[in-house]
Design a protein around this ligand. Sequence first.
Ligand code: AMP
Length: 626
Amino acid sequence: MSAFKALGLNDELLQAITDMGFETPSEVQEQAIPILLEEDTDLVALAQTGTGKTAAFGFPMLQKIDVASRTTQGLILSPTRELCMQITNEMKSYGKHMKGLNVVAIYGGASISDQARQIKKGAQIIVATPGRMKDMISRRMIDISKIEYCVLDEADEMLNMGFHEDITEILSHSPQEKSTWLFSATMPREVASIAKEFMYQPQEITVGSKNTGSENVTHEYYLVNARDRYQALKRLADANPEIFSVVFCRTKRDTQKVAEQLIQDGYSAGAIHGDLSQNQRDIVMKQFRSRQIQMMVATDVAARGIDVDNITHVINYQLPDEVETYTHRSGRTGRAGNQGISIVIVSKSEVRKIRSIEKKIQKKFEVKEVPSGMEICEKQLMHLANNIKDTEINDDIEAYLPAINESLEDFSKEELIKKFFSVEFTRFYNYYNKAKDINVKPGHEKDYRDDTGSTRFFLNVGEKDDFNWMSLKDLLKEVLNLGKDDVYKVDVKDSFSFFNVDEKHKDLVTSVFADFEIEGRKVNVEESSGGGGGRKGGGRGRGGRSGGRGRSGGGGYKGGRRRDDDRGGRSSGGYKGKRSSDGGSSDSSKRGRFGGSSEGKSRFSGKRRGKSKPEGGGTGGRRRRD
Ligand code: AMP
């Protein structure tokens, strides 16, 4: 308590702090409160939710406003309705000994006239979501021309959600001389630029290091085939009977689908996403808070309203596009001194995303194996045993015991235990007993690739033209202006080749090769009729092997007209070149040729008309997912 006093807080606040049972200030409070109390300054604070940041700006704002006046003096903008209500409640508790204090929440989805009425009574502090706030200002229901303090809470989230314009509009109705306090979990470029736009020489404080996740969170990933994602999720849930988690999906549709599947499979799950009404969201949130729901499947935007501590696991059912989003997701666990685990279920093609997350959060992921069926059975049995051990005896059971004892009197204690546990064991055993291992062994992922959303192309140059997989890949990367992972499954045959690109680059390939020559020869590139398949495993790592005759089973060009070429080997356009004697795979002279050497480049520097910019190359603006 004296620690709070030392920060300079007044008696009314100290009393509330005692009531709430806060013992020591959190790090962000320790750093922010003295600055904000002593100076009229702008402030940028990097702090995640759960660090006590509401009080870090709330205490100083409450202490600085004049409760005797009914003028609106403080505005707090927050991204979601849930957060808005949460902040309002916190502010009310902090200020409960301040007579005459009126904190009003303004958010969409509720009656605007009720909110206007509350404002009319005189709100010294307004906590608002940007959309509704802008609306009410434009209808002259709210006057913020005299505010002295403005908080932009979870600024990164607000910008992510596309509120930049609304914020600008709102702030244009506020006085220049106010103090602006910006709180954000991360500091992407957009937040830095908003700080520049709206603030004057802000002081900066950081809790923990920039862009890194909580110290209390460990990060794990499980490598499976994309089709086994749901199975992996189920097994992880079964292997953690006490799980209390948020499961993140990328789209509203997937969120709903996964939740429905989980419910159907008997899990206590729920969904929260933008297609649900506010009422539905409130109900599901209440169930989650009271732990009727153990697994909350959520989109990123909807999850921002989840203000629940003690989440044991964050599960990234699908990885987000932005690393920042991963930081937010994983920040839902490991709060309030608890340990948390952030799990990512990855398919083979996503492992490189893990690497970029590791760089950003400056933490290593642990590669874990999805537990086997038998491991799950064991976990469940031990869970049951511990539950039994910890269960308090309900005395009301006495009345039923004679009948129970009578029906079981022929069994020994050992038999009873076996029978009792068999009830649970059989349930899991029957399901998992023949369950296959769904782990993709680490190290193999580089050789695999998800074929969904991938297009395979045929190209009429091959080993006869002195290409091997590596040199051809280099050529393709260069002329298409794509990254090393964007061109894959490069399969070089005798007189032709195949390669894959993601669907999004399909048009680029078609347009670049519409008119393209190598050494005066027209290069013909066509979409392979076999679709997105192609070589799986092995080949890429070993380098341009020339085999592939018997590959129709696993290959993506199965049934395509080029198979004839594959068999015949010489019919592709009658181009005759020298054939390498060693099959081409490791001929270093060849490899060097297109490995960026000027010689290699000159070879295809001929005509290249109609080249368009690679799609998806630019970062562009952030998209709102739901
Ligand atoms: P916030 O980061 O503002 O969302 O706060 C997270 C939770 O921590 C809230 O439930 C606060 O009531 C609580 N809290 C804030 N400051 C303290 C403190 N100094 N000691 C204990 N709990 C706190």
